[in-house]
Design a protein around this ligand. Structure first.
Ligand code: GLY
Length: 398
């Protein structure tokens, strides 16, 4: 027998969940359509502020202590601002947004030959990839094709991986979980007339990552450091997380997105299973807050601590894609969680007010907490994956 209190509690919980489980219902869809439209209209206006704060030969990076922080085009995030503009243009068809996106691609194009680290995928595919997808202009595809060739120069056969960062005083040949994201450019290039070698290497890298980065609970190390001579692992360590064996939130989100994307291109069940396990790690973690925007590390010693809106945005976008490859309760679990994430990010707790936050959409991301670098600030990739998630929601679930 249930007590009156238990029944009451169950009714309250059911009422709270109603907007989620009834997403297929017209009213819930209407609410999400309005939320998406509101965010897009806000973004067009807010990004005019971001544009005004960013010199023509620079890219936005962040905003702190009342000052805009910009970067050169070699910075790993240089593709996100133009990429976000293309997403905005895709939704609004605003010609001024398109003009600004085109201008920023002009200064970014030289990075198609960048070999200083693995991030040429983020830099070129998030920007030129969207430009080509939306316009079909062949000149953008040429840039991606070139970038994929340069990306492969960092492939190291002895470790069956693409090297992320160069050798440093404490790392010999580091490969970081974030690198899963850069594989999209290789897979896409093969699928669109390029050599099958790009795809082969992407698969080899992803398989090595499953083997060496992931722990039995499907959380991931940030960095695996290899000996290039004999291919052996030297150590598995932390970069931006709390400690070597902690679960750095953005790293978990990169992995979730990366393996979901691997399944998109390969239809190999192994990658889908990996993505589902990672999703389960994230969604069932006791330290995931009720609004589903993670702290900067699931094992941060000082919880409650700073949230990482970027990890929430990346995970939301990835979960929406994972929902496309699953059915029934499993699909609902992923899509409902992503819905909460997008709703949270759209609230005043995370979304800036017009004219504030240096013109960025989202507040509260964390670059590297322990290094006291970019803590509780806007970051370009949080905005990028937030808008991507909203567009994915519109395309697949409205
Ligand atoms: N790829 C670097 C980061 O996620 O901070």
């Amino acid at each position: 027998m249930h007590s009156t209190f238990e029944k009451l509690t169950a009714t309250v919980i059911a009422a709270l969940l109603l907007p989620l489980v009834s997403l297929a219902q017209p009213a819930a869809k209407k609410r999400m359509a309005a939320l998406i439209d509101d965010n897009m209209q806000f973004a067009v206006k807010q990004y005019q502020v971001l544009k005004a704060n960013t010199p023509a030969d620079r890219m936005p990076r962040s905003f702190a202590k009342g000052k805009s922080i910009t970067s050169d085009t070699e910075w790993w995030c240089s593709g996100f601002y133009p990429g976000t503009l293309w997403y905005l243009y895709e939704y609004t068809k605003d010609p001024d947004v398109k003009t600004e996106a085109e201008k920023r691609l002009t200064i970014l194009e030289k990075e198609k030959r960048y070999t200083g680290n693995h991030d040429i995928g983020f830099m070129i595919f998030c920007s030129f990839g969207n430009a080509y997808r939306i316009t079909g202009d062949k000149k953008y595809k040429d840039v991606i094709d070139t970038a994929a060739v340069y990306q492969l120069t960092r492939y190291r056969p002895s470790i069956k991986s693409i090297q992320s960062w160069n050798k440093s005083s404490n790392l010999n040949c580091p490969v970081i979980i974030d690198n899963m994201m850069n594989l999209e450019q290789l897979l896409w290039t093969s699928q669109n007339g390029g050599s099958s070698r790009f795809r082969e290497i992407a698969l080899i890298h992803a398989n090595t990552t499953i083997k060496n980065h992931y722990r039995p609970d499907y959380s991931t190390f940030h960095i695996v450091d290899y000996n290039l001579d004999n291919g052996e692992i030297i150590k598995k360590v932390n970069g931006q997380g709390a400690h070597d064996t902690s679960a750095w939130s953005r790293g978990q989100a990169w992995g979730l997105y990366g393996f979901t994307m691997m399944y998109r291109f390969t239809r190999d069940q192994k990658y889908l299973n990996q993505a589902k396990h990672i999703a389960n790690f994230i969604l069932s973690h006791p330290n995931l807050p009720a609004d589903k925007i993670p702290y900067w590390d699931y094992n941060a010693p000082q919880i409650p601590t700073s949230r990482d809106a970027s990890a929430g945005a990346i995970a939301a976008s990835a979960l929406l894609e994972l929902g496309q490859y699953t059915t029934g309760r499993e699909r609902s679990r992923y899509v409902d969680a992503a819905t909460v994430m997008l709703q949270s990010l759209s609230s005043d707790a995370y979304r800036a007010k017009l004219g504030e936050n240096g013109g960025f959409l989202l507040k509260n991301s964390v670059g590297s907490f322990l290094a006291n670098s970019e803590v509780d600030v806007p970051l370009t990739y949080a905005d990028y994956y937030f808008l991507e998630g909203l567009l994915r929601y519109k395309k697949w679930y409205l």
